[in-house]
Design a protein around this ligand. Structure first.
Ligand SMILES: *Cc1c(COP(=O)(O)O)cnc(C)c1O
Length: 502
């Protein structure tokens, strides 16, 4: 299978090339030429497979230039250290007494090394990249540069640590991340990792990294050292494709838990930011997973809710910092792929919308496209108070602790069910461990966090609920600090050169 761009007619590339390039040369995103389909029998056969086998099977549908053995190995390396045997377990949660046939499965995507769903993709991507280098005959080392406001940095470090032919370097704003986020990063082990604090805020770190990518002289010097820069951000096809796998896995888990029968249609509900996770659900639907539609849940940064309701995407609006920071996004980059597929590959139209977005901060899709999207997606947004209330209500009723992002999804689901009276069984993406956002969860449960520092909060939540603290977070208080470097914004390029020549 080959990959083409969402914005113009380019020469199709292999999946290895798409993964190494990240973005197409015309600024578009890579999409598969044709979405592969699967039969119900194939889905049924997944029941007896491990998560690693299910993931390798799904990857094989798209990454046809990789062998089954290679994909099996990547999958083992990525997932065999997730901290539960199921890797991505599904908890059957809310049995509405009035609707016993309307179960809600919470698909826990956060049992990886950093306790958030980004691990599912970022544990896989480095291995796909390493093999891609071989396939295209690239002998240089890849240096992944990341600017982070907290979570992505650690997930990238954990994914790339000790992966041959790669290096990973993370810049974070000095004093601009939580104590736990900082500890997670500065204690990262591995011979090929570097973590540097930048004096300034996240924008300084981010613009510094962007400048380095655009610095031709620096790139030439790196080239002499045998090093090529790359990024691991969420528009890379290699990050999207591992996410499609868990929707198939979640579906068969619902069958195994006797909540649905093979062929029954489900709804999928996703707390959405950059539109990567929910787009993976869309691909699953297009491949033949029995999915009736997707619920796109947003917080008060509700640009997507407005888009699906009105057809206008408008980023010109106030930006709110919320207790669901991973959803505080005004440009959902992966939406471009959806527009491409739902216009039947009309890249001129997609490019027009994206040019409008860049020039004016908004675009409006035509009525035909809007109608198509509205048949597939139900959009709802949720306020801060509603989110906190939900965390408390679910804990009080079921002793099930959810993080705030997952709470946004489940609240959006209640709103959707209230409005539509549609009680189709639901698979909800649970995207972070409650311990990843401890202060918001404690506050939601009515606890005071005045004067209680990050690490003490973990303990407080554990004492209160008896829910286990993920090992990677529990170990932080005595992990060795390995990265103490701090630099100015204009010293970042120099730090990259130093690390590249090590
Ligand atoms: C990244 C993230 C999201 C949003 O996912 P997208 O793929 O960007 O839509 C939701 N919840 C958590 C906890 C995340 O880390």
């Amino acid at each position: 299978m080959k990959y083409i761009s969402t914005r113009s007619k380019i020469k199709p590339v292999s999946s290895a090339e798409a993964i190494l390039q990240g973005l197409a040369a015309d600024g578009g995103l890579f999409v598969p030429e044709k979405i592969p389909t699967v039969s119900l029998e194939e889905i049924d056969a997944l029941k007896d497979k491990t998560y690693e086998e299910r993931a390798a099977w799904l990857l094989g549908k798209y990454l046809t230039d990789y062998t089954a053995d290679e994909l099996g190995e990547c999958s083992e390396l990525a997932y065999n250290w997730f901290d539960v045997p199921a890797r991505v377990p599904v908890m059957v949660l809310i049995q509405d007494p009035k609707n016993p046939t309307a179960p809600v499965g919470a698909m826990e995507l956060w049992h990886g090394p950093t306790s958030a769903f980004k691990d599912v993709a970022l544990q896989m991507l480095p291995h796909l990249m390493r093999l891609a280098l071989k396939k295209v005959g690239e002998t240089k080392q890849i240096l992944i540069l990341v600017a982070t406001s907290g979570d992505t940095g650690k997930a990238a470090l954990a994914g790339f640590a000790d992966v041959p032919q790669t290096k990973v370097m993370v810049f974070y704003p000095d004093g601009g991340v939580s104590k736990i986020q900082r500890l997670q990063m500065v204690t990262q082990r591995g011979d090929n990792v570097n973590v540097t604090a930048v004096r300034g805020n996240f924008d300084d770190a981010q613009s510094g990294v962007k400048k380095i990518f655009g610095d031709k002289k620096l790139r030439a010097e790196l080239d002499k050292l045998g090093v090529k820069l790359s990024s691991a951000n969420s528009i890379n096809w290699g990050r999207l494709v591992p996410q499609i796998a868990y929707y198939f896995s979640g579906y068969v888990e619902l069958i195994k838990a006797n909540q649905i029968k093979l062929g029954d249609r489900i709804l999928i509900c996703v707390p959405t930011g950059n539109f990567g996770n929910i787009l993976a659900a869309y691909y699953a639907l297009k491949m033949g997973l029995p999915v009736k539609g997707m619920i796109c849940a947003s917080n008060v940064n509700n640009v997507l809710t407005e888009f699906f309701v009105t057809g206008t995407y408008n980023r010109n609006r106030e930006f709110f910092k919320t207790i669901t920071p991973s959803m505080d996004i005004l440009i959902s980059s992966n939406l471009e792929r959806l527009l491409y597929h739902e216009t039947n590959g009309n890249f001129k139209q997609v490019k027009h919308y994206m040019d409008e977005l860049a020039a004016k901060g908004q675009y409006t899709i035509d009525d035909k496209l809007k109608a198509r999207l509205q048949r597939l997606f139900h959009a709802e947004y949720v306020t801060e108070d509603e989110t906190r209330l939900f965390v408390k209500r679910v804990y009080d009723s079921f002793k099930y602790l959810t993080d705030t992002h997952t709470a946004v999804a489940m609240t959006a689901l209640s709103k959707y069910r209230g409005r539509s009276k549609d009680f189709t069984p639901v698979l909800t993406a649970s995207t972070a461990s409650p311990y990843k956002f401890t202060s918001a969860v404690l506050t939601a449960l009515g606890q005071s966090i005045d004067g209680v520092d990050d690490l003490a909060q973990l303990e407080k939540l554990n004492v209160l609920t008896s829910v286990r603290v993920p090992r990677n977070l529990a170990e932080l208080s005595h992990a060795k600090i390995l990265h103490e470097d701090v630099c100015d914004k204009d010293e970042m390029a120099e730090r990259v050169l130093q690390f590249a020549s090590k």
